[in-house]
Design a protein around this ligand. Structure first.
Ligand code: SF4
Length: 234
């Protein structure tokens, strides 16, 4: 498993894939990546420390991903993250968080602010089509208004494209809505996995043909045509 990488284009940053207790929600119909998890805190800390030892601070920005939400990382790992940020002069840290945990975000911001570190929080909103998101994707976000989702403490959003029923128009609308309400948008293209909801080739092709050229140079839009495009994962 590759756990450290650098992203050199668009908001350059270092990125680490850490291991925690694992996603508590586990219901998203497209997701099968709950396996990178363990209840063994010492083993998690060993893996996470090894990944974090690669961090150089070269961009002053670090992204933390963990196949779930920041709350599913243990306190010992959080302390190690803060220690590395202080030692390497990192001033901005990005984390991921499910809607369920939004009320925990202010405490995390405060904990990092004490060391002069700003937290940027990303939510996997996947689409702003509420019906599709909750009835097909089973995402578990009980808020229809994109502004209120952002206001709950999120700076950035992830979108998931390439699924049955999506169109070039719906994907463009999602990106534009994301750009209106969030600082940055990260587009993920669905790939085959073992989850119930599987990709649709025609929709993936529509994205590559009609949407990708429009946004590939947009500095506020990251596009992962494959889920390992950031250099971490397997
Ligand atoms: S997409 Fe995220 S929140 Fe949903 S089941 Fe997977 S890890 Fe959990």
């Amino acid at each position: 498993m590759q756990r450290y990488s650098t992203i050199t284009e668009k908001n350059p940053r270092e990125i680490v894939l850490l291991r925690g207790r694992g996603c508590r929600y586990r219901r998203c119909a497209f997701c099968d990546y709950h396996e990178d998890a363990s209840c063994d805190e010492a083993a998690n800390l060993a893996i996470n420390t090894e990944a974090l030892e690669n961090v150089t601070g070269q961009y002053g920005t670090l992204e933390i991903v963990n196949s779930g939400s920041f709350c599913e990382l243990e306190e010992s790992t959080m302390k190690t993250i803060i220690g590395v940020c202080v030692a390497k002069g990192i001033r901005i840290v990005h984390f991921e968080c499910h809607w369920l945990y939004r009320r925990h975000i202010p405490a995390l911001r405060e904990a990092f602010a004490r060391f002069g570190i700003a937290v940027k929080m990303k939510i996997g909103v996947e689409t702003f089509d509420h019906q599709y998101r909750e009835q097909t994707m089973l995402k578990g976000i009980n808020e229809t208004d994109p502004a209120k989702i952002a206001d709950a403490g999120f700076n950035e959003c992830c979108l998931l494209f390439g699924l049955p029923g999506q169109t070039a128009e719906s994907m463009r609308t999602d990106i534009e809505t994301g750009l209106r309400h969030f600082e940055r948008v990260c587009v993920n293209i669905m790939i085959e996995n073992s989850a119930p909801l599987q990709p649709c080739d025609e929709v993936r092709q529509a994205f590559v043909r009609d949407i990708y050229p429009e946004y590939k140079e947009n500095q506020r839009v990251d596009i992962l045509l494959h889920n390992t495009d950031f250099g971490v994962g397997k």
